[in-house]
Design a protein around this ligand. Structure first.
Ligand code: TPP
Ligand code: MG
Length: 417
């Protein structure tokens, strides 16, 4: 039977995006059966037929060493991979437990609370760097909290993440260390970065700090993935980049190398519509960022970046196929930046375009999870969510108070200490 009431909608949406020519057979099959395996085999056999060249042209050489038949089979392989991925992700989605949903929600609440607090601290000039008030530079993850969901089924402790500036949630999900996040943002000397960097990282726990020159960390992470492969380890490296960063040459070199070497890498593009003041419409001529993988032989899929469960399933699918020896995959997570580029930026230059096309104020991952039907399992009534939010964010208060108490002593300790 149908795995969930939204299977039909999800399948049709997926096909519209990835292979619209399979929509007719999907609609027909959905009328006859509702089992995932029957749907998958009906679609695969249609694909097989569509990409099998029956006529004499099949054996024609297109150019030395390649026949038309082979060329058509490449298309089949690529689409087969993408199609199979949809069904694997549906299975994973169906297996997410109530406790895991709670975990997703907890990560989002923690991220939103901490992010909001850091912004307050910046505005109130409550953190000082030597004699200078509020030296803290910070990048908000407001509205992008659901991306932390990616951690759910990965092997925290073994796998390695290379977050970018807005991935406070990913770092928290990976380490569960609120203190580190606060200390790093305040430029304290006691942090793993020695107070010299405001980017959150924790090498001992598998969090590579972002680099200021975007995409350099991508290359470092690819080097780590290569070393892991040489050591015979099956850890997966998750490499993040923004829509803007994905235009950089270094990022493309990393994709190519990882694909050729079949490294255990999951590439993630956080498409939040903006790169500083550059709107996505001026960033790329590609219809979707996920398509950037195709030129390197990497399957790319586009997911709604405000849906933590879909993100968790997408990452699990990509990591599983990497561990099985199929190399990297690319996940484009479509979300949107709900604030300026950094704390000091009020984004006035964006005008009304900041949210243009994204009338989803109440649809970010944070507000969305409680109201999504598939998540009703985590509470018997929506009224339970405010109490849950208070519970999940309580820890932030004690940690901050601890840090604040230590703050007087540390006030003069700068990043250079
Ligand atoms: C190589 C390089 N060019 C320019 C910058 C300046 N810069 C810092 S963040 C940023 C925007 C990045 O946008 P995006 O990759 O979309 O990430 P987002 O800020 O949206 O998360 C730019 C241009 C930089 N850090 N590195
Ligand atoms: Mg961006």
């Amino acid at each position: 039977m149908v795995d969930s009431p939204d299977l039909e909608r999800a399948l049709l949406e997926f096909l519209a995006l990835e292979c619209p020519f399979l929509l007719p057979v999907a609609r027909r099959t959905l009328r006859e059966t509702s089992s995932l395996s029957s749907l998958e085999s009906a679609l695969r056999s249609e694909l097989e037929q569509l990409t099998t060249l029956p006529g004499p042209e099949a054996e024609a050489a297109l150019y030395p060493g390649t026949t038309a038949c082979q060329a058509a089979s490449w298309h089949r392989e690529c689409l087969d991979e993408i199609l199979g991925g949809f069904f694997r992700r549906r299975e994973i989605l169906g297996s997410i437990t109530r406790d895991e949903k709670l975990q997703l929600y907890r990560w989002m609440v923690l991220t939103r609370t901490l992010d909001t607090r850091l912004k307050e601290l910046f505005d109130s000039k409550d953190i000082a760097w030597n004699q200078y008030p509020s030296p803290m530079k910070g990048f908000r993850s407001l509205g992008q909290e659901a991306i932390a969901g990616l951690a759910l089924r990965l092997r925290r402790g073994e796998d390695i993440v290379g977050p970018v500036i807005r991935d406070l949630g990913v770092a928290l999900a990976w380490t569960d260390d609120v203190d580190n996040a606060l200390l790093v943002q305040a430029g304290k000397a006691s942090t793993p970065m020695g107070g010299r960097d405001l980017h959150i990282g924790d090498l001992a726990r598998g969090v590579l700090p972002p680099t200021a020159p975007l995409a350099m960390a991508t290359q470092t992470l690819i080097g780590i993935a290569y070393a892991l492969k040489m050591d015979g380890r099956d850890s997966v490296c998750v490499s993040f980049i923004g829509d803007g960063g994905s235009s950089l040459g270094e990022w493309h070199e990393a994709l190519n190398f990882a694909a050729v070497q079949k490294l255990n890498v999951v590439f993630v593009i956080e498409n939040n519509q903006w790169a500083l003041g550059t709107h996505v419409s001026e960033q790329t001529a590609a219809k979707r960022f996920a398509l950037k993988g195709a030129g390197y032989g990497i399957p790319g899929i586009t997911l709604f970046g405000n849906n933590p469960e879909e993100i968790a399933a997408g990452a699990a699918w990509a990591a599983d196929r990497a561990r099985a020896g199929h190399g990297p995959a690319l996940l484009e997570l479509v979300t949107y930046r709900r604030a300026g580029h950094a704390h000091h930026d009020d984004a006035r230059f964006c005008g009304t375009r900041l949210h243009k096309g994204y009338e989803l104020e109440n649809e970010d991952g944070y507000g969305r999870l409680p109201i999504r039907s598939s998540c009703t399992g985590i509470a018997s009534h929506p009224k339970e969510f405010p109490a849950m939010r208070t519970r999940f964010s309580a820890r932030r208060n004690c940690v901050w108070m601890r840090q604040r108490n230590g703050c007087a002593a540390h006030l003069g300790r700068s990043r250079t200490v």
